[in-house]
Design a protein around this ligand. Structure first.
Ligand code: NAD
Ligand code: UDP
Length: 337
C-alpha cells in the first residue's frame, strides 16, 4: 500500500537497535508503529492497558524476539530503561473516550507526566500523539499549527480535547525546564486496517454498516467536513518527525488535506461496497466540529512529508480488511469414511 517516498530529498541515517517504548502500542495506530519500528531493527516494548487495544493487533509481532509487551496503565508511574518513547496511549474514538471521561483526562495528563519523567530520567527522546482536536471547532480554515483553536472546556469532548492540550503544555514545560527532547504530532482523522469494528469513528462505522447491510448513520445533515489520512502515510510522518535531523520541538500537523463532507464519505462507502444500505440522519453530537482540514506546510517543508494515499485507495484497503474481519469462520467439514 502506498507509493515510495522517492520524490522527496529528505534523508535520515537509519538508527537501528534502539530500545523503544510504545505506550498504546496495542491500539490501531500503535500496532502499525510497533510493526514499523521492529522492521527497522529496533527493540520494541509495547505498553498498553488493553482498554481499546487488542492482542489481535499484536499477534503477528510475537515472532520478533525483539518485541515484548507490558500490561500497564500510564496513569501509574513506570520505570523501564529506554532510548525513545512514543506516547499513543489514550482512547481516540468519541464514544470510547466519553465512556470514562475522568480516566481519559487522567490518561492524557498523568500519563504524559509519568512518561515525561521516564524520559527525563533516561534521557530518552519522547513523542506525543496529540490531535487536531486541540483546534476544537475551528474558526480558521485550514488549521495551521499557529492557530490557538476554539475549544469548549466544559462539554462531552473536553476530557479529550483539554487533556491533549494539557499534555502539550506539559511537553513544552519539560522541554523548557528540564531540556527533555520532545516531538509532538497533531494527528488529523486517520483510518485503515486494525480499527475495531465497534470503534465508533466514522470510517469504520460506515464501512461496517455498509458491509452488514445496515443503515448508514450520518450525524447532523452530513455537511460537516473531515480530512482523512491513511494509516501508512501517518506512520511515515511519525517516523520522519521522530528522526528528523533538525530537532523540531514544536507541534507539527500530520494529516491528509483532502477535505470531504461526512455525507460524501457515506456515499463513497456505499458506492465502493455495492451496499444496499440506506443513508439515515441522526442528531449531531454536542460540540461536533463543523470543519477540519490540516495546513501541512510545516510537515512538507520541515520533514519532506506529504500524504500519498488517496481516499479511494485507502478505503479500498480498509473495506477489504473489514470484509475479512466480518466473514464467518470457515466451516470445518467432517471427513466421512
Ligand atoms: P486506539 O483506541 O486504537 O488506541 C489507543 C491505545 O491506547 C489502545 O491500545 C488502548 O488500550 C491504549 N490505552 C488507552 N488508555 C491507556 C492507558 N491509560 N494506559 C495504557 N494504555 C492505554 O486509538 P488510535 O486511533 O490508535 O489512537 C492512538 C493515539 O493517537 C491516541 O493517543 C489518540 O488520541 C491519537 N490520535 C488518533 C487519531 C486517529 O484518527 N486515529 C487522531 C488524533 C489523535
Ligand atoms: N459521524 C457520523 N456517523 C457516525 C460516526 C461519526 O456522521 O456513525 C460523524 C461525526 O459526527 C463527525 C465525523 O463523522 O462529524 C467524524 O467523526 P469521528 O468520530 O470519526 O471523529 P471526530 O469527530 O473525532 O473527528
Amino acid at each position: 500500500m502506498g507509493k515510495p517516498y522517492k520524490s522527496f530529498t529528505f534523508t535520515t541515517k537509519l538508527k537501528v537497535n534502539r530500545r523503544i517504548l510504545v505506550a498504546g502500542g496495542a491500539g490501531f495506530l500503535g500496532s502499525h508503529l510497533c510493526e514499523r519500528l521492529l522492521k527497522d531493527g529496533n527493540t520494541v516494548i509495547c505498553l498498553d492497558n488493553f482498554s481499546t487495544g487488542r492482542m489481535d493487533n499484536l499477534r503477528h509481532l510475537l515472532r520478533y524476539d525483539t518485541f515484548s509487551f507490558i500490561r500497564h496503565d500510564i496513569v501509574e508511574p513506570i520505570d523501564v530503561a529506554v532510548d525513545e518513547i512514543y506516547n499513543l496511549a489514550c482512547p481516540a474514538s468519541p464514544p470510547h473516550y466519553q465512556a470514562d471521561p475522568v480516566h481519559t483526562m487522567m490518561t492524557s495528563v498523568l500519563g504524559a507526566l509519568n512518561l515525561l519523567e521516564l524520559a527525563a530520567h533516561h534521557k530518552a527522546r519522547i513523542f506525543q500523539a496529540s490531535t487536531s482536536e486541540v483546534y476544537g471547532d475551528p474558526h480558521v480554515h485550514p488549521q495551521p499549527e499557529s492557530y490557538w483553536g476554539n475549544v469548549n472546556s466544559f462539554g462531552p469532548r473536553a476530557c479529550y480535547d483539554e487533556g491533549k492540550r494539557s499534555a502539550e503544555t506539559l511537553f513544552y514545560s519539560f522541554h523548557q525546564q528540564y531540556g527533555v527532547d520532545i516531538r509532538i504530532v497533531r494527528i488529523f482523522n486517520t483510518y485503515g486496517p486494525r480499527m475495531r469494528a465497534d470503534d465508533g469513528r466514522v470510517v469504520s462505522n460506515f464501512i461496517v454498516q455498509a458491509l452488514k447491510g445496515e443503515d448508514i448513520t450520518v450525524y447532523g445533515d452530513g455537511s460537516q467536513t473531515r480530512s482523512f489520512c491513511y494509516v501508512d502515510d501517518l506512520i511515515e510522518g511519525f517516523y520522519r518527525l521522530m528522526n528528523s535531523p533538525a530537532p523540531i520541538h514544536t507541534p507539527v500537523n500530520i494529516g491528509n488535506p483532502g477535505e470531504f463532507t461526512v455525507k460524501q464519505l457515506a456515499e463513497q462507502v456505499v458506492a465502493m461496497t455495492g451496499s444496499s444500505s440506506r443513508i439515515v440522519y441522526r442528531p449531531l453530537p454536542v460540540d461536533d466540529p463543523h470543519q477540519r482540514k490540516p495546513d501541512i506546510t510545516m510537515a512538507e517543508r520541515g520533514l519532506g512529508w506529504a500524504p500519498t494515499v488517496a481516499l479511494a485507495e485507502g478505503l479500498k484497503a480498509t473495506i477489504a480488511y473489514f470484509e475479512h474481519q466480518l466473514a464467518p469462520p470457515a466451516k470445518e467439514f467432517a471427513v466421512v469414511a
